[in-house]
Ligand binder design. Sequence first.
Ligand code: HEM
Length: 133
Amino acid sequence: MSAAATDTTKASLFDRIGGEAGVRDVVERFYDLMEHDPTYADLRAMHDADLLPMRVSLTQFLSAWLGGPRTWFEERPGACIMSAHRAMPIDRRTAAQWVHAMSRAMAESRVEPELGTQMQQAFLRMANGMMMR
Ligand code: HEM
């Protein structure tokens, strides 16, 4: 890891999570949990049978969101993650499952606790905004 990546006062959040490999670890764990743990059955049921495209897409989105490469936005000019979820029937149960699985994925991938808490708070706000009123 470079000096910049370990200096938390200067490093971007993307550096702090370990770059693309760090983001990918979290995303792989997130979809593995969704795929194999019945706790997330309702969330799993909303997704396509093949989760591979989502593994790529969420890795790219989170990389950009954390200050890394902007591929997700470059490939979707004008896209907004909140709008992308507007037509989805997201309720309290599926929103809570998403946030719970992501929180576990971050902890199990050893995201540093302070960064994990910061991300968790942002995900909670996003998930609340994505729920159907
Ligand atoms: C609130 C709970 C959430 C639920 C229930 C949910 C559900 C879904 C579903 C069903 C899809 C489509 C999957 C498919 O086609 O197989 C999707 C796509 C996606 N979601 Fe979520 N989502 C939630 C929150 C979030 C949050 C907080 C983020 C970002 C931090 C996010 C990022 C994405 C991305 C990047 C895609 C792919 C969109 C694309 O690349 O075009 N989701 N979500």
